[in-house]
Ligand binder design. Sequence first.
Ligand SMILES: O=C(O)CC1=CCC(=O)O1
Length: 92
Amino acid sequence: MLYCVEMDVAIPHGLDPDHVARLKADEKARAQDLQRQGKWLHLWRVAGRYANISVFDVESHDELHDILSGLPLFPFMTMRVTPLARHPSAIG
Ligand SMILES: O=C(O)CC1=CCC(=O)O1
């Protein structure tokens, strides 16, 4: 099942910079692990915003929820999830 997920990141001012750097490094490692597993198919920066648009390929709503809620930056992200269905005009 494919899902488009838009993630907006808002890290509160005043958080310990070392802690923030660790969270970002952990987020990157987790995102790259999920890409290698074929679950995180696309990861694009939204130009001009601290946000990304991603496409996930997972088995269920529950698996997607587990992945998203387990991301290190999850407490600081607002997510908008859109389930994707095949477009009848798509040739791919
Ligand atoms: O920077 C972001 O958009 C948040 C994020 C998701 C995966 C990652 O490595 O960073």
